[in-house]
Design a protein around this ligand. Structure first.
Ligand SMILES: [Cu+2]
Length: 433
């Protein structure tokens, strides 16, 4: 595709970059990581931080701006996070114009201690802005309020500065994280990512159900056969959240007019914000099923040397061998809309809502938990509705469905589009092989 000529704004951005160069040399890039902790870099897929079973881990994110590519080929100006360059001397220069949408995925383990540094590399395209940024683990019990990221009550990070957040992970589940500074604006602009914490029950063996469920208890598609698992969404005590394959699908939306006005340094229409484009993990269909990267070629430093990284590295094509159980970690991070999602032909079992398990059977834990009563409000359905900031964990059993391609999509039909183009938005494929 021919590279666009530089607009006056892009030339202004390049001039701003030249001004930032001395700042890069003097920036306060001081990520903290205690002795013995494992430093996490970018994972192999380029979608987030590496996973580690180490008891103490460190990560480093950069916050800034950049552009993403829409399925139509248009671009959209965004704010966002990226995994910081491992060399502190390169954090500013590599972080500028390197925003990812969604933000890098963070996957941790229960009982881990996490030191997560954030460096603010500034918004080079909006040098008139001097916004700080923060990291807010949404709905997450914090080790201390200072790490919560809400600007009125905790630390935020100014341009050219760094701050290291500390988390003690006691609560497994599916969360999201985002920047909480001027939250409506920074979240609309894209500073939101997937975050989940694996339970300590992982690695133990449970078979669920204990005996075949039939009749009213059974799946609408037939009896639910006992199946062993060693990976779980939650500490359920009975294996009811066990799965073989997992996928995190983050639903989101943009008001493209808002992004265009932001890029053009115009007043922002908060009162009329609406969804013109919808996404799963930062891409609208058919980019969702494209396993290659989707990227906008950023206009730095002179269109000759684009950053080698994708702006939207997360495909959401889900592939599961027939007979296995699929865990979908669903979240909605739209600042505007509720979304209802379905996958025709597949049965959803709701095993978690709001980072909490929906079923717990203490009697099946070794030794039991005297005095703790079992509970179960897990249920079967064929659609889920999520509001902004909500997460739902869904298990899909594939042993009673034919192999094939199942379409996962929103039933808010006006959002099955990419702007004015038909067929797009929140849609992807679940392939049962
Ligand atoms: Cu921010």
């Amino acid at each position: 595709m021919a590279k666009p000529n530089k607009t006056p704004l892009q030339r202004a951005a390049l001039a701003a970059l030249a001004l930032l160069a001395p700042m890069a040399a003097q920036a306060g890039i001081y990520p903290e990581c205690p002795p013995g902790a494992v430093q996490l870099g970018v994972n192999a897929a380029g979608t987030g931080l590496e996973e580690s079973a180490a008891p103490r881990v460190c990560g480093h994110l950069a916050a800034g701006d950049g552009w993403m590519q829409m399925p139509s080929g248009e671009r959209s100006y965004i704010f966002g996070f990226s995994v910081a360059d491992p060399d502190p001397a390169n954090v500013m220069t590599r972080g500028i114009f390197n925003a990812k949408f969604p933000a890098p995925t963070l996957i941790f383990r229960e009982r881990q201690e996490v030191y997560l540094a954030l460096s603010n590399v500034g918004m080079a395209h909006r040098p008139d802005l001097f916004d700080p940024h923060s990291i807010h683990f949404h709905g997450f019990p914090q080790a201390s309020a200072i790490y919560d990221g809400v600007p009125e009550a905790s630390a935020t990070v100014n341009m050219g500065s760094s701050f290291t957040y500390y988390y003690k992970l006691n609560d497994p589940g599916t969360y999201v994280y985002h920047c909480h500074v001027e939250a409506t604006e920074h979240m609309q602009m894209g500073m939101i990512g997937n975050l989940y914490v694996r339970p300590r029950q992982d690695g133990t063996a449970f078979t669920f159900p204990a005996a075949a469920l039939t009749g009213a208890q059974a799946d609408v598609l037939g009896p639910l056969a006992p199946r062993p698992a060693s990976r779980f969404a939650y500490n359920d005590g009975d294996g009811s959240t066990g799965y073989d394959v997992e996928a995190a699908l983050q639903l989101s939306s943009f008001d493209q007019g808002y992004h265009l006005l932001h890029e053009a340094v115009q007043p922002l229409p908060f009162e009329s914000m609406r969804s013109t484009h919808t996404f799963i993990n930062g891409r609208g269909y058919p980019d969702t099923v494209n396993v290659a990267t989707t990227t906008f070629d950023p206009p730095v430093p002179d269109d000759a040397a684009p950053l080698p990284e994708s702006s939207q590295p997360n495909p959401s094509l889900v592939v599961v061998p027939r007979g296995q159980r699929l865990l979908l970690r669903l979240s909605n991070v739209s600042v505007v809309d509720y979304f209802t999602v379905t996958a025709l032909g597949l049965d959803f079992r709701i095993v978690g809502v709001g980072a909490s398990r929906t079923r717990f059977d203490p009697a099946r834990l070794p030794g039991g938990l005297p005095g703790v009563v079992p509970r179960d409000w897990s249920h079967r359905t064929n659609s889920v509705t999520l509001g902004g900031g909500e997460s739902v964990d869904v298990i899909v059993d594939t042993d009673r469905v034919p192999a094939g391609i199942y379409t996962f999509y929103t039933t808010n039909l006006q959002y099955l589009s990419n702007g004015s183009e038909d067929r797009g938005g929140i849609m992807t494929h679940i392939v049962v092989q």
